[in-house]
Design a protein around this ligand. Structure first.
Ligand code: F6P
Length: 319
């Protein structure tokens, strides 16, 4: 392999920059030309490519976001869009592609690998930590720490006023970030898309907590389960306690990557180049039990659900 490309795609995640840095420098170290594709699949379709040097990734190890920028490009699901992009890609003479992103991006990567006969390696980068084949995705640790820090602060004011707080965290398709936040903060309740919930039961549990002497109640809601607004309205009709809500939103996606994410990103970015040059293709590099592993880009989504269910069980037993 003489010339490869790398892109970041889907929702950005703190740690994408260090992953990019590791990919670029590892490729150069191996004597391979490396190009960045700007704005994910949109830039791929438009031929928005830039040659990367060791210097072009200087000073980004500690920076959030992604210097290549990113984009959601659902048009790539269409075969005719992919066929046109294939021509642009082949014209640039790339022998392989590394995609730093989430499951949606890997679906596109799987199509490229299969339809264009181009080896593709995925690097898991999403705050959702919902990708089977890795214990952690890049950006999750940073986002989790942001959410935990916010809820710890909310707890102070909740206790002072004796209030119930509903806190909405990100996760359209996955409750992992929500349940991990709940676990870290000792939240009274966690609502996730993977499990049913009942407002009567939730309020009964909370009232019992107050009767035992609790001074507050924190309910963490994954955005994919329901909105904080709806949960707050439902709870208000069932209790005389004061209820307030906070939506953490995109704050969870920004900020400097944690030390954990910097190391994870560097390990996986380096492994992606190494494995691509070794002949691997159609796979994602991940970290399982502290070992770098490979999993097919096309995966069984059930595993992600089971991981959330396990965490939910842990939260129920320890809250
Ligand atoms: O996939 C990461 C994520 O942050 C999800 O948690 C969230 O549901 C989604 O992206 C939000 O995407 P956007 O920034 O495009 O609204």
């Amino acid at each position: 392999m003489k010339r490869i490309a790398v892109m970041t795609s889907g929702g950005d995640a703190a740690g994408m920059n260090p992953a990019l840095r590791a990919v670029v420098r590892s490729a150069i170290d191996a004597g391979v030309e490396i190009f960045g594709i700007r704005r994910g699949f949109a830039g791929l379709c438009e031929g928005d490519f830039v040659e990367m040097s060791a210097h072009s990734v200087s000073g980004i190890l500690q920076r959030g976001g992604t210097i290549l920028r990113t984009f959601r490009h659902p048009q790539f699901d269409r075969r005719e869009v992919r066929d046109a992009a294939a021509e642009v890609f082949h014209r640039a003479g790339f022998d392989g592609l590394i995609i730093i992103g989430g499951d949606g991006s890997f679906r596109g990567g799987h199509c490229i690998d299969a339809e264009w006969n181009v080896p593709v390696i995925g690097v898991p980068g999403t705050i959702d930590n919902d990708i089977p084949g890795t214990d952690y995705s890049i950006g999750y640790d940073t986002a989790l720490n942001i959410a935990v820090d916010a809820v710890d602060k909310i707890r102070d004011t909740a206790t002072s006023h004796g209030r119930i707080f509903v806190v909405e965290v990100m996760g359209r398709n996955s409750g992992m970030l929500a349940v991990a936040t709940g676990l870290c903060c000792g939240a009274e309740e966690v609502l996730v898309p993977e499990a049913p919930f009942d407002y009567d039961e939730i309020v009964r549990d909370i009232e019992q907590g107050y009767n035992r002497g609790k001074q507050h109640a924190i309910i963490i809601v994954a955005e994919g389960a329901t909105s904080a607004h709806t949960a707050t309205e439902q709870i208000r009709t069932r209790t005389t306690k004061e209820v307030r809500m906070v939506v953490l939103g995109h704050i969870q996606r920004g900020g400097d990557p944690s030390a954990f994410d910097r190391i994870l990103a560097t390990r996986l970015g380096h492994a992606a180049v190494e494995r691509l040059l070794d002949g691997a293709r159609g796979v994602m590099v991940g970290l399982k039990a502290n070992e770098v592993t490979l999993t097919p880009l096309k995966k069984d989504r059930n595993k992600a659900r089971q991981a959330v269910e396990y965490m939910l069980g842990l939260h129920h037993c320890t809250r």
